[in-house]
Design a protein around this ligand. Structure first.
Ligand code: PMP
Length: 401
């Protein structure tokens, strides 16, 4: 008899479990709109041309070896990642009051940041938006933080509940950590306007709330890396402290390479150095040091002017294709006379549309149309193509009528 015999089967992950169910479905018309991974018009995963080029360079460079990276990762990668999110002329970089460590994609960066805060920051409560990416509460709870929510989405308008957000941040205890999606909020596709960001910033700074940005989609929302980084740069420009977790999964299509970075902006260079020494003590017992290949790809692209330009063009093309899918789906529903106001499909930004479909309607679409999505009605626009839009529109129409 196994000593593990008492163990109950755990539930599938609510997002990755959608792919598990999709893979089991033999239907030729099946469509996976669950996981947020970019697909081409042909429905295929995309490796960016610029990534292929960088990999080619790396493979042909015989001087490259497979030694361990330092605990904090590849130095060039860290510097260039900070430059990417804060901007080349950022005072936080010029004044050297930032520490950046390479982590295992966005998730790993959030986890390392969370554990650092749980160990060394005076406030152990983190407020996350309602709703948010399903992994956030788990990552931060296991990091040792206590998780609370602030109002974010208003189902009635399918937009931002700005008043609720400001009230909840306003009544959070001084010093509390606030998780902010830097752009392309997941799952709602709803972001504050620049004016609203400014009001959020002022309120947070006046109460010494600590911003922890999750930047998983830089360049994917608007197609511009600089524009999507504006909220982070706005907070960095005021001289205050903050954390940001970056992921290269979506914007460079490096999902499985697990490349990301955690930056902590501090008041001065001396504090930043001490913070980095403590980040090393968080990372060492967790996984010793991060993997070398993906970070080398990113560094090669970010440091070469030509490759960088090529990347921005490929990134813009991905963002534009997603925006065009929004338009096509919206038009297809209008053409069918599907009841309801579907303008949120074109108003929301980033990888996802938060359709407003409920879990029964989602289950119906999966059962009758073989369309797979998370039960909260979120669909990945990046998984759609001109060919699959009519099928999805038929399914939504049938689900709501
Ligand atoms: N944050 C958000 C909001 C996300 O949507 C994701 C990816 N789905 C991540 C973080 C982290 O992804 P990864 O670990 O693959 O970079």
């Amino acid at each position: 008899n196994s000593v593990f015999a008492h163990i109950a089967r755990g539930p599938e992950d609510p997002i990755l479990g959608v792919t598990v169910a999709y893979n089991k479905d033999p239907s030729p018309v099946k469509l996976n709109l669950g996981v947020g991974a970019y697909r081409t018009e042909e429905g295929k995963p995309l490796v960016l041309n610029v990534v292929r080029k960088a990999e080619h360079m790396l493979v042909n460079d015989r001087s490259r070896v497979k030694e361990y990276l330092p605990i904090v990762g590849l130095a060039d990668f860290n510097k260039l990642s900070a430059k990417l999110i804060f901007g080349a002329d950022s005072p936080v970089i010029r004044e050297n009051r930032i520490t950046t460590v390479q982590c295992l994609s966005g998730t790993g960066s959030l986890r390392v940041g969370g554990e650092f805060l749980a160990k060394h920051y005076h406030q152990r409560t983190i407020y996350i938006p309602l709703p948010t990416w399903g992994n956030h509460p788990k990552v931060f709870t296991l990091a040792g933080l206590s998780v609370k929510t602030y109002r974010y989405y208003d189902p009635a308008t399918r937009g931002l509940n700005f008043q609720g957000l400001m009230e909840d941040l306003g009544s959070a205890p001084s010093g509390a950590i606030i998780l902010l999606h830097a752009c392309a909020h997941n799952p709602t596709g709803v972001d504050p306007t620049p004016q609203q960001w400014e009001q959020i910033r002022r309120l947070m700074r006046s109460k010494a709330l600590m911003p922890f940005f999750d930047s998983a989609y830089q360049g994917f929302a608007s197609g511009s890396l600089d524009e999507d980084a504006q909220p982070v740069r706005m907070f960095a420009a005021d001289g205050g402290e903050l954390l940001v977790a970056q992921s290269y999964a979506k914007n460079m299509g490096l999902y499985g390479e697990r490349v990301g970075a955690l930056s902590i902006v501090c008041k001065d260079a001396d504090v930043a150095g001490r913070v980095e020494s403590q980040l090393k003590l968080v990372i060492r017992p967790m996984y010793s040091n991060p993997p070398i290949h993906g970070a080398s790809i990113v560094a090669a692209i970010l440091k070469d002017g030509n490759l960088y330009n090529e990347w921005t063009i490929e990134l813009k093309a991905m963002a534009d294709r997603i925006i065009s899918m929004r338009k096509q789906l919206f038009d297809a529903l209008r053409a069918r006379g599907t009841p309801g106001d579907w303008s949120h499909i074109i108003k929301q930004i980033g990888m996802f549309t938060f359709t407003g479909l409920n879990s029964e309607q989602v289950a119906f679409m999966t059962r009758e149309y073989h369309i797979y999505m998370t039960s909260d009605g979120r669909i990945s626009m990046a998984g759609l193509s001109s060919k699959s839009v009519p099928h999805l529109a038929d399914a939504i129409h049938a689900a709501v009528t």
